[in-house]
Design a protein around this ligand. Sequence first.
Ligand SMILES: *Cc1c(COP(=O)(O)O)cnc(C)c1O
Length: 425
Amino acid sequence: MFKGNDIKPFESKVWLSSPTMHGEEIKYMTEAYETNWMSTVGKNINEVERLVAEYIGVKYAVALSAGTASLHLAMKLAGIDAYGMPEVGHGALEGKKVFCTDMTFDATVNPVVYEGGIPVFIDTERESWNMDPKALEKAFEIYPDVKVVVVAHLYGTPGKVDEINAILKKHNAILIEDAAESMGATYKGVQTGTFGKYNTVSFNGNKIITGSSGGCFITDDLDAANKVRKWSTQARENAAWYQHEEIGYNYRMSNVIAGVVRGQFPYLDEHIAQKKAIYNRYKEGLKDLPVSMNPIPDCCEPNYWLSCLLIDEEAMSKQVRGEQDVCYVKEEGKTCPTEVLEAISSINAEGRPIWKPMHMQPIYRLNPFIVKDGNGRARTNAYIAGGMVDVGADIFQRGLCLPSDNKMTVEQQDKIIEVIKECFK
Ligand SMILES: *Cc1c(COP(=O)(O)O)cnc(C)c1O
């Protein structure tokens, strides 16, 4: 049980990461309204595509209804590249294994299944909390025929892009990059969203900039961009009537939503600077505790989307999670993510557990999961039986996401730091 504290709760809630509007969004939405382009066609959409391609440094961006829609069409394209056009009614990855980031939001992985594929989860490394290249190499030893890999950059910190791409090159496999959380982050000076053959950013409500929803498919391949544009608008052929030679989707971005994204765009760098300041204040404020922040490798500059905390093993009190419940024991001088989250919540602020790794999710529990040690094969629930065997389960057990809203004041953040400190008493 959380013992409580004497700190007065905030009058208005401090969120994990909420939308921050600036005024220009309404101007472009109004423009769509007044010109009657209340549709999935219009100037805002064209502008979003231009702005995204220019900012990230790729040739083509296609504006879609969600990042998930982009990941789906990216999967379909990669499946067709690797295995040819599927028969109608079949997915492009029918029965094929795809290597996937394990510690991520499930929207990275579900599109594999939409296309009939089988996600194989690759364990996480500790330097950036992303896909472990050593575990990926193990995975290729076990499944040498795999041709598609999807990699996410968790919480806005780029993963080990060069190492992963070198392995993919050796095995002639296609990289799909999920940069939904990392828009604006760079790896060796280059934007995420440029490293895969097909890439994705998201404008979901909690992302670094938002359209309330929406996302972009990003590529240097003109043919792929054209296909995504066609598929996303029901795959209509060039005929006077509705003519269909391929299965289509209703995945295009609305011109109203695009107005919001367009209005947000000039503030992307400002949001990143605010999030960076938040990360650094946490790092400084918590430096005397037995904790560390989510790590940042030297070769990259994150967008600092979420600040996270990892409690040292020696300072962890006992915490046991079931499928939907959790309990913990309070021990002197020790704490656990659940207690820290309760403390944060007690002052009307929002934290969140680390994204639960995919190999631990009920829907994916029977899928293969590959770790770097031993023969690479890990039993999904081995960590329960005795001691942690995989990095993802360990970070999930000891880590949490801190309130990272860019509208949080320094005073509010100081109070959050104070309640976290209380937990270690
Ligand atoms: C948010 C998110 C997505 C999905 O984006 P939507 O625009 O919400 O569909 C995909 N992958 C990751 C890692 C995300 O955080």
